[in-house]
Design a protein around this ligand. Sequence first.
Ligand SMILES: NC(=O)c1ccc[n+]([C@@H]2O[C@H](COP(=O)([O-])OP(=O)(O)OC[C@H]3O[C@@H](n4cnc5c(N)ncnc54)[C@H](OP(=O)(O)O)[C@@H]3O)[C@@H](O)[C@H]2O)c1
Length: 300
Amino acid sequence: MALRIAIVGPGRVGIAFARRFVRAGVDVLGFVGRDRARTESSIDGLGADRANLKVLTWPDVHSAHVVVFAVGDEELPAAIAAATSVGGRHCSLWLHTSGCHGLDVFAKAQRLGVRVGALHPLLPFSGSVPPQSMQGALALLLGEPRSMRLLHRLCAQLELRAIVCSASGSSEHNRPLYHAACALAANGATALFGLASELLQRAGGIANDDGDRIAASLMHAAVAASEQHGAGPALSGPVRRGDAETVAAHLAALNAEQKTAVPAYVALMNGALRLARDQGLAPVDCERIASALSLLRPTS
Ligand SMILES: NC(=O)c1ccc[n+]([C@@H]2O[C@H](COP(=O)([O-])OP(=O)(O)OC[C@H]3O[C@@H](n4cnc5c(N)ncnc54)[C@H](OP(=O)(O)O)[C@@H]3O)[C@@H](O)[C@H]2O)c1
């Protein structure tokens, strides 16, 4: 059966999904947006991939087999309520792309007889860099059993690799905690990259581009080793060696040159200390590192 898809939210994720669905030959009807002009302009931005996409109203959504809600986390309940107020096509699949919400947000819509699910793409869509290929990235699927087959099919059309969340209710899957972990891994890594690059430039003698290359190279190596062996075994550096003097020297340099980086350094090195302790760092060395990390409070 040829699928017809309507997308609610012509933003970063909605547009990226539309582009990929159109390229996969799926019949994308168009977008429901909050503002007609902004929605038209987002559709125009798809260029050759705009196909026959139109600005949709809620009643138009009725003819879709799949409704993708790609609105912000705060706006999702209102968008679903607006859609629910005009009814739903029996057995159509309503899914959202939010990492923060579970399926509870669809509670009223389920009474219309629609199937529900969530397809959370596990990659960043920043909007300010050229759209990256989704090919091979992961997506976490959450859904009623009767939604899963179609969720898998949509994932394949988006060229995403599915991971299935086995929880059947919100008591078994702490969605905000899951999303906090995703935000740390994605946005936290971006922030860490930015901070490390900035400090490398401040250190002097290193060209800006080289600072980015150094940060990227170290982060790639650390992530690759952690993925292969686990974070504990992959840990290296002064905390792992129990070298408290070096840690103290780092903190003194940061305090002198970039005070705002001190809390980040302390928080992350305390995390490293927990890993090092689990890896067998001697208690006396753990004590010395902990005391070096607690000695310095940034001065104003
Ligand atoms: N960005 C990412 O990296 C990423 C990754 C994975 C998952 N997600 C999830 O995907 C969802 C969308 O994120 P995004 O980054 O694409 O957000 P976004 O760029 O801010 O886009 C949201 C879009 O939804 C529209 N909108 C808001 N309320 C609406 C409503 N009631 N009816 C119709 N349209 C409405 C907004 O229109 P206006 O022009 O009026 O604002 C905007 O076009 C979020 O749940 C997010 O958590 C995002």
